[in-house]
Design a protein around this ligand. Structure first.
Ligand SMILES: [Zn+2]
Length: 307
């Protein structure tokens, strides 16, 4: 079963899934640097997710972990109002999302593990909320130097918990730096690479070698910089995906948008949560990618990641 914010579902129910979005994020220190990292208007988020549903979307993973602006109860309301299945996460994010003195910077590996596991097994209950909401995955992050120092402590805790709880690990990377080493660390903590989604490697879409190296570990490559033109144009992303498909990695790719307020239409941004369904998939198919391959990337792979 896959744990969603409205309860467990059979994996077959997931449907078309974007495994790395941000639908609702409260204000954090990161929003002082980049205001688009605050996504705090419930009605706008509902309308964005409703448009995704109308375009054919079935499920979304919201990758904002606890203490970094996450509100699982709002996500539960958004899911109930739209019918889109939403998976929330426990775990940790990049340092910039947390105020000084936060547990993210100081807790021991054991304490972090206890914290993440408690959220997965007992759920999260905000004051005034009767029924807890359960996360269904663990978010982790490594920086430009890879899994070193504090990042390594947190990553080991997150991986150990994902392995014990039987849920996937969604790993933020900076352009894929240290990704292979991070997968090895997770493996050493007992986590099967087939339960790991390595994010943001496609911020660099011209040198294919780092992509192939991650795919060889057995982890998923989550391509989530689609239509983020500060990194690369569409033809580069399409060429990268075609290259990975030609090497036989259809079963190792995921696609998502990693939204901020600046990328959600209902917040005045672009291209909107429907961009993959409405624009990018037709573009892939025009470039020769088959419907079967699209379904594998957008339906089968997310399901298998969570199974
Ligand atoms: Zn993200």
């Amino acid at each position: 079963m896959i744990q969603t914010v409205t309860g467990p579902i059979a994996p077959e129910v997931l449907g078309f899934c974007q495994p790395h979005e941000h639908l609702f994020v409260r204000r954090t220190p990161a929003a002082e640097v980049n205001p688009a990292l605050q996504i705090e208007d419930e009605a706008r988020s509902v309308s964005e997710v409703a448009a995704y549903r109308d375009a054919g979307g079935g499920a979304i993973v919201d990758c904002q972990p606890g203490g970094a602006g996450r509100d699982l109860h709002v996500l539960r309301r958004i899911s109930r109002e739209t019918g889109v299945r939403i998976v929330g996460v426990t775990g940790y994010h990049m340092p910039g999302f947390y105020p000084e003195g936060h547990w993210r910077f100081s807790e021991s590996r054991e304490a972090l593990q206890e914290r993440f596991l408690r959220e997965l097994t007992e759920g999260v209950r905000e004051p005034g909320e009767e029924v807890p909401v359960f996360p269904g995955a663990v978010k982790a992050a490594i920086g430009t130097d890879g899994p070193v120092g504090r990042f390594a402590v947190c990553l080991r805790a997150a991986a150990g918990v994902a392995a014990r709880a039987g849920v996937p690990l969604i790993l933020h990377t900076e352009y894929g730096a240290g990704a292979v080493e991070a997968v090895r660390i997770c493996e050493a903590e007992g986590l099967d690479p087939a339960r790991i989604a390595v994010c943001h490697v496609d911020r660099q879409a011209s040198d294919y070698a780092p992509h192939e190296a991650v795919a060889r570990t057995g982890a998923y490559l989550e391509y989530d910089t689609i239509a983020r033109y500060k990194y690369h144009d569409d033809p580069s992303e399409v060429a990268l995906i075609r290259h990975m498909l030609e090497l036989g990695y259809a079963g190792r790719l995921l696609m998502s948008l990693d939204t901020t307020a600046a990328r959600l239409r209902s917040y005045g941004g672009a291209p909107g949560l429907t961009d993959i369904l409405g624009r990018f998939i037709p573009m892939l198919m025009d470039a020769g990618v088959s419907r079967m391959e699209i379904d594998e990337i957008t339906r089968e792979n997310p399901k298998n990641l969570f199974m």
